[in-house]
Design a protein around this ligand. Structure first.
Ligand SMILES: *Cc1c(COP(=O)(O)O)cnc(C)c1O
Length: 424
């Protein structure tokens, strides 16, 4: 086995540390496999129940009326997430779009959004109008309030109670930590928060930004009271096969609003040609539980490896996981660059290119990104990025297979060793 990894230029000491670490993780990996098995059965049951058939793989064009595949896919998603309805479309361009769509469809002038878990994902700042942006919800008279998590990561229940008022129409709960310091929320924790909020105002819409969380646990937030769950198809639920798209699942009345906003009042879900993508969406969903399991194993493997070498990692190598994101604080620009180059060199696509730090719009410092993906920006595929600024933290996620995630992480370590950032 070592010989085959040596063909990638990985030294013995890195391989030995990797082997030892993988052995130590056997029990955790078994638990991840058990979760994937449960999720796989859930997806299969939903596909069988809704009679997914060969005809569902056909493409519709033009208006896309009577698209059997699209309608069946949405019924399958609704069953997987245990909701009344679903909107799963390639016309939803990304996760931010899915979230913006859900908010703008279900809010009206005078309404207020509450985030009880601190600042939402960066791109939502423009959507909500936390940062002034043309077309923001703020321009339409929709206000926003936020209650930060407590220093220990817990909910500020008093603060939340004090912030819910007659205008509060929708509560936005982000499951994953995204790229911030806060902890990722387990489904159980989300359930606790929703119960508390509904206890104060039963008719408030509880919406969960589910990005990166899908299939990391046997149940989803819609099973613990969330009225809506929203995510991207180039993350977990697309299984690496969805080339684009987003999903929204939840109560029928709210999904209908989303459909009227996505297409047009009066048309709603009835239009939207699938253009031949149904097969990718079905097959991607079918693979999603195992793909997510591979990404989870990669994240934990990296956490344990880098932790042993003295690097701060979030989450750490032993805590439970509710998303696929791993942060490693590398402490120097050289280490961050070496890490990303290692990930890139392990990629199936563009392994021959070298990522370089770059001044990206919207960032205050240069950023380096590694992605050798079949689909542009697909972050269920092995990818890493980090700003070149103290504390030189890299965020990485994905890996369509555990073996590829493993190779990427070993290559990152080899990169650090070669650059003299670690002694191995
Ligand atoms: C990825 C992500 C989004 C949406 O990002 P897109 O790049 O627009 O798909 C929103 N919230 C969280 C927590 C995310 O991880």
């Amino acid at each position: 086995m070592f010989d085959c990894y040596k063909e990638f230029g990985i030294r013995d000491s890195v391989l030995k540390l990797g082997e030892k670490t993988e052995k130590e993780l056997a029990e955790r990996f078994a638990a991840i496999d058990t979760n994937a098995e449960l999720c796989q059965m859930k997806v299969l049951r939903a596909m069988q129940k809704n009679r997914v058939s060969e005809g569902c793989m056909e493409a519709s064009t033009g208006y896309g009326y009577n698209d059997l595949g699209r309608e069946t896919l949405e019924a399958v998603y609704a069953d997987v997430f245990k909701t009344e309805d679903a909107l799963v479309r390639s016309q939803i361009t990304c996760g931010t779009h899915a979230l913006a769509l859900t908010l703008s469809a279900n809010l009206r002038p005078g309404d207020e959004i509450l985030s009880p878990v601190g600042k939402p994902y960066d791109t939502l700042e423009s959507v909500i109008g936390i940062k002034d942006a043309p077309g923001s919800l703020k321009e339409f008279g929709i206000s926003y309030r936020q209650v930060d998590l407590l220093p220990d990561g817990g909910f500020d229940f008093d603060g939340i109670r004090a912030s819910i008022n007659e205008k509060t129409k929708l509560v936005e709960i982000q499951r994953s930590r995204g790229y911030s310091e806060r902890p990722t929320l387990s489904v159980a924790k989300i359930g606790e928060l929703i119960s508390f909020i509904k206890g104060i105002k039963p008719d408030v819409i509880c919406m969960v930004d589910n990005c990166y969380g899908e299939f990391t646990e046997p149940i989803e937030p819609t099973e613990v009271g969330a009225d809506l769950c929203v995510g991207s198809l180039i993350k977990n639920p697309g299984g690496g096969l969805a080339p684009s798209g987003g999903y929204i699942v939840g109560k029928k009345a709210y999904i209908e609003q989303c459909a009227y906003r996505l297409t047009s009042p009066g048309l709603g879900k009835e239009v939207g040609a699938s253009l031949g993508l149904n097969r990718n969406f079905f097959q991607g969903l079918f693979f999603a539980p195992t793909v997510t399991a591979g990404a989870l194993k990669g994240a934990i493997f990296a956490a344990r490896l880098y932790e042993q070498l003295g690097f701060p990692v979030h989450p750490n190598g032993t805590e439970s996981r509710h998303d696929i994101i791993q942060a490693v604080t590398l402490g120097s620009a050289e280490a961050l660059i070496a890490f990303c180059k290692g990930i890139q060199a392990a990629a199936p696509v563009d392994s021959h290119v070298t990522p370089e730090p770059w001044a990206m719009p919207g960032y205050s410092s240069e950023v380096i990104m590694a992605a050798g993906a079949f689909y542009q920006g697909s972050s269920i595929e092995l990818s890493a990025d980090g700003p070149l600024i103290e504390p030189y933290r890299v965020y990485f996620q994905g890996g369509l297979t555990w073996y590829h995630a493993k190779l990427g992480i070993l290559m990152s370590l080899e990169g650090l060793a070669k650059a003299g950032c670690i002694d191995l």
